[in-house]
Design a protein around this ligand. Structure first.
Ligand SMILES: NC(=O)C1=CN([C@@H]2O[C@H](COP(=O)(O)OP(=O)(O)OC[C@H]3O[C@@H](n4cnc5c(N)ncnc54)[C@H](OP(=O)(O)O)[C@@H]3O)[C@@H](O)[C@H]2O)[C@@H](O)CC1
Ligand SMILES: [K+]
Length: 464
């Protein structure tokens, strides 16, 4: 489990530490960490270029240049705002023979000290011009310049980092955007940070939480998942969601709906009926994928929301809740509800997502008293209690038709097994992405392949 702290929290911690350590000490610790990683990345190379902006991020880069010069590396620096450069850093850099140049040429590695925690908006034109002409790998100081530190959003030119060296703690950008390989350097902030704003689960967290049968378990004790999905027109969504639930835990899966024949044919182990009213008891429902939005579908959603068990509402269920707010009344507010919108579904429910996906998920979670799993390259899970988990995919292989149906089935089975709904959503997102990566192995895949890789993904996260 990795914590992430927003820039406000980092600055507050930094101030408290700066009050008790000598001036400049934090910057030199940070810069030394950058220089160590730079030396490692240089391998046989001998020439480093610095892009230096107006603030302390640029100061870090200049001090890193100082330490590299002391190791005999040739270092040149472009000062993007010469009148506002970090004076001490520049003096130290010059003292050891660092060269100031107009343009970086023939370097083996670039250190990006354009902007850090104070970044607002994309790279400015002069910085963007320098970045566009780079052909060496880039080591970003704190974060890749041009990306927002708190939201991970990019609205124009930005640095593409091979590696990012950050200090004291991870910030939201490191989980929400591509920062390359992220290295954390300890500069002594830990004692002042307190609880994180966001959390990223690692495979060990997911593996430990994943429900597996114990010696006393049977098919009922592990939780029965109900799938209310699919229709005569869209039976595939039901087959995918039911299959995902079957492959994710050893509990029983009941399917209820118009695609019963198709589900039974593909998954003989599922107990299938035509209607949610005669489905029998379940410990959680998945409702929505391929269900349609007509009156019949509304009745299904109402029945499921009234059932008094946790519900994962996806796809058409979200659209129905957006179009017909009366449906919320069917819900028992004390029973967990997980909504799994993509951006367009979110917009129907709560307006445009905007650049700040974490705040968007948080707001909807609070407004609907539900766990909101906002799908995307970085999936954000927000709980009504304020907890937020993020999970960034390293690839886009999961972006394929039917992929969401699989996710809802996985999530539903974890709810049925009794996992805390925020954790269930975080674990489902992680295993879903991992299954896509394992199935794809470098080539596009349909959702059925993603589905088939769920057991491998679970094996990959489970402790030995
Ligand atoms: N916190 C810590 O624990 C430690 C922090 N340390 C370091 O300090 C860094 C934060 O430094 P900082 O606050 O001086 O600001 P920084 O990010 O260098 O920005 C400078 C100026 O750039 C400008 N600017 C804004 N957006 C821009 C854009 N898109 N493109 C171009 N320019 C842009 C804007 O000025 P403006 O031109 O708008 O007036 C802004 O004021 C932090 O990331 C870390 O590296 C470590 O040394 C020690 C431990
Ligand atoms: K930077």
């Amino acid at each position: 489990m990795r914590g992430l702290w927003t820039t406000d929290r980092v600055r507050a911690a930094e101030e408290r530490v700066m009050a008790v350590v000598p001036a400049g000490a934090l910057m030199r610790r940070a810069a030394f960490g950058v220089a160590v990683v730079a030396a490692e990345l240089l391998a046989g190379g001998r020439r480093v270029g610095l892009l230096v902006g107006a603030g302390n991020n640029g100061g870090d880069a200049l001090w890193a240049g100082y330490y590299l010069r002391k190791r005999g590396v040739a270092v040149s620096a472009v000062l993007l705002t010469p009148d506002r450069v970090h004076a001490e850093g520049l003096a130290a850099f010059r003292r050891v023979g660092g060269r100031v140049v107009d343009r970086l040429a023939d370097v083996d590695l670039v250190i990006d000290g354009i902007v850090g925690l104070s970044a607002r908006g994309p790279l400015r034109p002069d910085a963007a011009e320098h970045v566009a002409h780079l052909d060496a790998p880039v080591l970003s100081v704190d974060l890749p310049s041009g990306i927002d530190p708190d939201t991970g959003a990019t609205s124009g030119p930005a640095v593409r980092a091979h590696t990012t060296v950050t200090f004291g703690c991870l910030k939201p950008v490191h989980a929400l955007a591509d920062c390359g390989d992220v290295r954390l350097v300890d500069i002594g902030l830990a004692g002042e940070l307190h609880g994180p704003d966001l959390v990223e689960l690692d495979v060990a967290d997911v593996g430990l939480a994943w429900p597996v049968p114990g010696p006393e378990d049977d098919k009922y004790t592990q939780g029965v998942t109900g799938i209310a999905a699919g229709s005569a027109t869209y039976p595939g969504a039901a087959v995918l969601a039911a299959g995902a639930a079957l492959l994710s835990t050893s509990g029983l899966v009941r399917y209820a709906g118009a695609a019963a024949e198709g589900v039974r044919a593909r998954w003989p182990e599922a107990v299938c009926t035509g209607s949610v009213t005669d489905a029998g008891r379940v410990q959680a429902w998945v409702v929505g994928p391929g269900l349609g939005t007509g009156l019949g579908a509304e009745a299904v959603l109402r029945t499921v929301l009234e059932a008094g068990v946790p519900v994962c509402a996806d796809a058409d269920a979200i659209t129905m809740l957006a179009n017909n707010p009366d449906l919320w009344d069917a819900r028992d507010p004390d029973t967990p509800l997980v909504l799994t919108p993509h951006d367009r579904e979110y917009e129907r429910l709560a307006g445009p997502v905007g650049d700040d996906r974490v705040t968007a998920a948080r707001k909807a979670a609070e407004r609907f008293n539900a766990v909101v799993l906002l799908k995307g390259h970085a999936t954000v899970v927000a709980g009504p209690d304020g907890r937020v988990l993020v999970n960034r995919a390293r690839s886009s292989w999961a972006a394929t038709a039917g992929s969401g149906d699989v996710l809802s089935g996985v999530l539903g089975s974890l709810l049925a097994a009794g996992l805390d709904p925020v954790l269930a959503a975080g674990c489902a997102a992680k295993v879903h992405v991992l299954a896509a990566e394992l199935a794809a192995d470098g080539a596009p895949i349909p959702a059925t392949s993603l589905l088939g890789a769920i057991p491998d993904a679970i094996r990959a996260v489970r402790p030995l």
